[in-house]
Ligand binder design. Structure first.
Ligand code: PHE
Length: 343
């Protein structure tokens, strides 16, 4: 009967049958397991003669099982190698790949345009001290201009009631202050980044993107500002007939101040063209207020400059013809596939 077990193992035709055999002999209630258990009830003499046989059998069965398993697995592999093959002439399956978000794309375009004009890139924190976001920008406490921007205030968790709350920066202008207080002029920089205001509709989202521009040097005039904005907007919209309109405006940190509109036309796919049907406000700008320059420890008699701030998302909408700003941040794959840029 012992050799019969071995024969059965050698004859097993697949791995499942082989495993069933293993369980039948070596499992908890397998035949060899039962024989091993019976050793306990034998007389010493009987055990002395039976034990070697049973152990040898278990040894032989274990070896036979392993050999057969190897053989069956090899056969299975041979079978696969013989029947499965890769057809290299078939087209490769399409791979899902991401795309560059339009905001990132426009940020990159802007950084490149300004790099060509000699501007470097500066950064600042999104959770900002009020001094940088407001006070140094000529918006002292209780100044009505602070209410112009619907500010998110960050609650302090360190229990320091006397310390001022931080804010989510409402614009990129605090980076002007950070630059002027940490670098020696002349300065020529842009500061791209996220800004936050408590506001939400088709053209406003609580988080949006701005790019700030700052030039501080000697003898800087409004003419330099106008040339810079014209050059940048023509490069950005990739056409020479972009029309600009500078409207007198008010910002506490610039004097004089101007808001800049670009003309747009519906016929030409909502791109900015010469014969325009409407105006779209794209940026705020002006000559840096002497008080702001003084707040940063510079002498306004010696240093002048201009600054501007523009909404990146809005520029993207204008250039690529998107209508709802909220779609930028919905993460809808159909929208992203439509407007996203191949990496
Ligand atoms: N910080 C202003 C805003 O967010 C824009 C601006 C920047 C205006 C620089 C003038 C100069 O509305």
């Amino acid at each position: 009967a012992d050799s019969e077990i071995i024969d059965q193992i050698r004859a097993a035709t697949d791995l499942a049958a082989l495993d069933a055999l293993r369980v039948a002999v070596l499992g908890k209630s397998g035949s060899i397991t039962a024989q091993l258990k019976s050793l306990g009830g034998m007389s010493p003499d009987e055990r002395a003669s039976e034990a070697p046989r049973i152990h040898a059998l278990r040894e032989a069965v274990t070896t036979a099982l392993a050999e057969r398993k190897d053989a069956l697995e090899n056969a299975e592999l041979e079978q696969k190698l013989a029947t499965e093959f890769v057809d290299l002439s078939l087209p490769a399956p399409e791979r899902a790949s991401g795309s560059v978000h339009p905001v990132s794309q426009v940020m990159d375009e802007l950084a490149e345009i300004f790099a060509d004009m000699g501007f470097s890139v500066a950064e600042g924190p999104e959770i900002e001290e009020q001094w940088f976001n407001f006070t140094a920008l000529n918006m002292p406490e209780a100044h009505p201009a602070r209410a112009m921007q619907d500010t998110f205030y960050a609650r302090r968790i360190d229990g320091d009631a006397a310390a001022e709350a931080h804010v989510l920066r409402t614009h990129t202008s605090p980076v002007q202050i950070r630059a002027m207080t940490s670098q020696a002029p002349p300065l020529r920089l842009i500061a791209p980044g996220r800004v936050y205001r408590s506001d939400s509709d088709a053209t406003h989202t609580p988080m949006f993107h701005q790019i700030e521009g700052l030039v501080i040097d000697k003898g800087i005039t409004l003419g330099h500002l106008k040339w810079t904005l014209e050059t940048f907007l023509k490069a950005f919209f990739e056409r020479d007939d972009v029309v600009l309109r500078m409207r007198p405006s008010y910002f506490p940190f610039t004097e004089p101040s101007a808001e800049v509109d670009v003309g747009w036309s519906l016929e030409k796919g909502r791109r900015v063209v010469g014969g325009c049907e409407g105006w779209m406000e794209v940026l705020g700008s002006g000559m840096v207020h002497p008080k702001v320059i003084a707040n940063c420890g510079l002498d306004p008699e010696e240093w002048q400059g201009f600054a501007f701030g523009t909404g990146v998302d809005r520029l993207a909408m204008l250039k690529y013809g998107m209508s709802d700003l909220r779609a930028f941040f919905d993460g809808d794959l159909r929208w992203l596939r439509h407007y996203g840029f191949r990496a």
